[in-house]
Design a protein around this ligand. Structure first.
Ligand code: BES
Ligand code: MN
Ligand code: ZN
Length: 488
């Protein structure tokens, strides 16, 4: 699909569909005025008949009866003009493009998004349409009867650069979605490493993959331990982006990538296991972000570190009572093999700190407790550095990714005391997301750090705005935005 700028009037575009975003209460005014005139006032009467008022999250489709080249107009509500944000633009254009495709659109001309956001608004509209039209069709044997949108022309805009940046960002998020949606049968650690490697060679990133023998040799006993129950051996994936000019700092982005989480010997019940192919969503977000970073070229050195393993029960699995020696040298007594994410992350965080990262952000579908605490649409955010916490929250807000700052209360650490090792991997259920974060904190080596528990928002069961069902790619957008904002 091509996103391009276009000159000339919206109503004269040689396309099949027009896309117009309008504020609440004035659906036939302003941007829609021109269209209304071309239709001799019929837009206004059609809108009155549908009851469409421009509320956020609403759309309607109006036929044009041959009066202009386009067959239909898709109107999308932006809500109260004073409440419009870049994320609302993303959502409106995402839902509008999807509605257009449902109606049969192949070629769309879009009115410009609200001008007060400048190129950020243009970029958001581009992100919205690309993400809203995302589909994962790899496993469909028949084509769906909805075809693909081939082209979207943005009229009244000459900012192709903003459209390209939006497209790049959305392509990174889409890569993360593709990886999350891939079944565990097909996407195991070695394949995930292959996908990361391929992306890295396409975009000029360094990529090193450590296999099981290399991990053992390195001393990454936690990743090896978690992965030893599966025939599909674990991998540590290390991507590096280096800016062409001066580097303003060294970032470390760390992702949990359990390609399938059965719980291991501490087996999950079927309902809890149903969606566990998504347990690599943190790693997927890092890979997607690295792809966008490679193209957007922010002035930072970035290490993307993905800890990949499959958590399986078998004759060779690690078991409760085992003690694993992590890369840091600290020992962990296993109390529950289903608390595997924090183990692979422990090694990945130590590895990243050793690369010279000046700040680290990890993303992980880590605990069901996070979903209980903040629900399905938000990540729990923990951090050891106030400035970094504030920067991530700000980047998340701009990116439309909801995150909530949670406490790292030291006294809860007692619950992780072990009688025979340095720490246990799982305490009791109370405050589970906090205790998981306290566990990770022990492996951050005083590097400023933020932990994002994305167990809720990594997967979606509903379609809304530019968010679609299944893997969401959550987190990738915020990582990219953080670097862009820190560069300013
Ligand atoms: N991958 C799960 C967490 C999860 C749950 C992600 C639901 C997405 C949706 C993680 O490995 C896990 O099993 N966590 C346990 C931790 C417990 C054993 C301390 C949990 O949340 O129950
Ligand atoms: Mn688990
Ligand atoms: Zn898990």
């Amino acid at each position: 699909m091509k996103l391009e700028t276009g000159s000339g009037k919206l109503v004269e575009q040689q396309v099949d569909t027009l896309l117009v975003g309008v504020p609440e209460g004035n659906p036939a005014g302003d941007t829609a005025d021109e269209v209304n005139q071309a239709l001799d006032g019929k837009l206004q009467s059609a809108l009155a008949a549908t009851g469409f008022q421009g509320k956020a999250g609403t759309e309607c489709v109006i036929p044009t009866f041959g009066q202009i080249p386009a067959e239909r107009i898709v109107m999308v509500g932006l809500g109260e003009a004073s409440d419009v944000t870049v994320d609302r633009i993303r959502a409106a254009w995402g839902a509008g493009a999807r509605r257009a495709r449902q109606a049969g659109a192949r070629q769309i001309a879009s009115a410009p998004p609200p001008s007060q956001f400048g190129s950020a608004g243009t970029r958001a509209a581009a992100e919205g349409v690309r993400l809203g039209l995302y589909r994962h069709l790899v496993y469909k044997s028949e084509d769906t009867n909805e075809g693909d949108v081939e082209r979207i022309v943005f009229t009244g805009i000459d900012d192709q650069e903003a459209l390209n940046a939006g497209e790049t960002l959305a392509t990174g998020v889409s890569l993360a979605r593709d990886l999350v949606n891939a079944p565990g049968l097909d996407l195991f650690p070695e394949r995930l490493a292959g996908r990361a490697w391929e992306m890295a060679s396409d975009f000029g990133l360094e990529c090193t993959v450590y296999d099981r023998a290399a991990l053992q040799e390195m001393g990454a006993g936690a990743i090896v331990g978690v992965g030893q129950g599966s025939l599909r051996e674990p991998r540590l994936i290390h991507l590096v982006y280096r800016p062409e000019g001066q580097s303003l700092g060294v970032a470390g982005f760390v992702g949990k990538a359990i390609t399938f989480d059965t719980g291991g010997v501490s087996l999950k019940p079927p309902d809890g296991m149903r969606n566990m192919k998504m347990d690599m969503a943190g790693g997927a977000a890092v890979i997607g972000a690295m792809r966008a970073i490679a193209e957007l070229k922010p002035p930072f050195t970035v290490h993307g570190v993905i800890a990949a393993a499959e958590n399986m029960p078998s004759h060779s699995s690690y078991r409760p009572g085992d003690v694993l020696k992590t890369l840091s040298g600290k020992t962990v007594e296993i109390t529950n093999t289903d608390a595997e994410g924090r183990l692979v992350l422990a090694d990945a965080l130590t590895f990243t700190a050793r690369q010279g990262a000046e700040f680290m952000i990890d993303l992980a579908t880590l605990t069901g407790a996070s979903v209980v605490a903040v629900g399905n649409s938000a990540a729990s955010l923990f951090g050891t550095d106030d400035a970094l916490v504030q920067d991530v929250l700000q980047a998340a807000e701009f990116s439309g990714e909801r995150m909530w700052h949670m406490p790292l209360w030291d006294d809860y650490r007692q619950d992780l005391d072990s009688d025979i090792a340095d720490i246990v991997n799982s305490g009791n259920r109370d405050g589970g997301a906090i205790k998981a974060a306290l566990f990770l904190k022990e492996f951050t080596h005083d590097v400023p750090w933020v932990h994002l528990d994305i167990a809720g928002p990594a997967w979606s069961t509903k379609e809304e705005g530019y968010r679609i069902k299944c893997g969401t790619g959550f987190g990738a957008h915020t990582l990219v935005t953080l670097l862009e904002q820190r560069a300013k």
